[in-house]
Design a protein around this ligand. Structure first.
Ligand code: F0G
Length: 359
């Protein structure tokens, strides 16, 4: 018998812990199984004795963690006979919905805030051939419309208010524990609509309850300063941030995110766009890992709390990097505008000079 084991996605891997049966047709793009990468240079730069891992979710098939939830949500939508799915999105959910709908052979409708989603996300969603409905409004308004329209049209909502999304996304916590052999002391992640913090906490709790591990992490939820309802303790009407993925003021998973924070003994905090971009650049420059701005909020938070001692030395920390940097080339190029690439003659001499000049 062959000893090869072809990885075919997180539903197959964690089928015992997910609501599927032997007959379920699984809609998958082999998502999950993302690398848990230990940071080597940033802890040294911080001057602290901590172990930091990043869970690089940008390496999922559509470049974000949304694929974990979408494989489950679309699998169940198809199983229940749905012919169309719908979501509101800041870009990543729409890309994932479009891809999994394409895979399943059903239709995807996506509502996106006009002019406020990163270029790569728009390109993907166009290519996967979803029907894009741009609104003159933000994510929160799009979400409200999606909930209303789904009551009147034959479409299945695949935002994270769909419980199957949370089930799929909880597998990221399983993978971390399976990789490390234990749960980290702290789990840091960006919070927008708050589905992901809900999902990780569900996954960690499930593994601890079933004694797969003995511990559970403290959950640290970090937001952009202009879109920080959990820090304000109330919903925000006009969220603003360069991290467009988390430009959300009315998170749908409000109660469950508070439960994660309280039950785990964790906290919420907020970071300015400059702090978020600085963390994104550090990760690229010192570790060779390029994530999108929203994702770097997790590291911005972890670094601050490590330096202040809120996260003590000796801790093991996992930061989720929710999306790939290639999703948003515009913000990266803008951020690095000062580092103009030089243009020279196509001659050996000129290339040699350019190298020697910058050594
Ligand atoms: N990071 C990225 C890259 C995201 O795309 C999102 C959410 C989050 C973090 C926040 O996760 O909503 O579970 O708290 N993006 C959604 C979307 C809203 O439409 O793509 P959350």
């Amino acid at each position: 018998m062959s000893t090869h084991k072809h990885y075919t996605g997180l539903i197959e891997r964690y089928r015992d812990r997910l609501p599927v049966s032997a007959d379920t047709r699984i809609i998958s793009l082999n998502e999950g199984n993302t690398p848990l990468i230990q940071l080597q240079n940033i802890p040294r730069l911080l001057g602290k004795d901590v172990t930091i891992y990043v869970k690089f979710e940008g390496l999922n098939p559509t470049g974000s963690f949304k694929d974990r939830g979408m494989t489950m949500a679309v699998t169940k939508a198809v199983e229940e006979g749905s012919r169309a799915i719908i979501c509101a999105s800041t870009g990543n959910t729409s890309a994932a919905a479009a891809a999994y709908a394409a895979r399943a052979g059903i239709k995807a409708f996506v509502l996106i805030p006009e002019g406020k989603i990163a270029q790569g996300k728009l390109a993907q969603t166009l290519m996967y051939d979803a029907t894009i409905i741009q609104i003159n409004g933000n994510f929160d308004q799009g979400m409200a419309l999606v909930k209303e329209v789904a009551e009147q049209a034959p479409v299945t909502i695949v935002n994270s208010i769909n419980p199957y999304r949370i089930d799929g996304q909880k597998t990221a916590a399983f993978e971390i524990v399976d990789d490390l052999g234990f749960a980290p002391n702290y789990h840091c992640l960006p919070v927008g609509n708050a589905g992901n913090i809900t999902a990780y906490w569900k996954g960690y709790k499930e593994y601890a309850t079933d004694r797969v591990c003995n511990n559970r992490p403290v959950m640290c939820g970090y937001q952009a300063a202009g879109a920080a309802p959990f820090v304000a303790g109330k919903m925000i009407d006009n969220p603003e941030t360069i991290a467009t993925a988390i430009r959300i003021g009315h998170p749908q998973s409000w109660e469950s995110a508070w439960a994660a924070q309280k039950e785990s003994g964790g906290w919420f905090d907020k970071f300015t766009d400059d702090q978020i971009l600085a963390a994104q650049k550090m990760l690229s420059q010192y570790e060779g890992i390029f994530c999108e701005p929203a994702s770097a909020t997790s590291l911005a938070g972890a670094m601050q709390d490590i330096v202040s001692g809120t996260i003590p030395e000796g801790s093991t920390i996992v930061c989720t990097l929710t999306g790939n940097g290639l999703k948003d080339p515009g913000s990266a190029i803008k951020q690095c505008a000062a580092a103009h690439p030089v243009t020279i003659d196509a001659s050996l001499d000129a290339v040699k000079r350019a190298i020697l000049d910058s050594l």
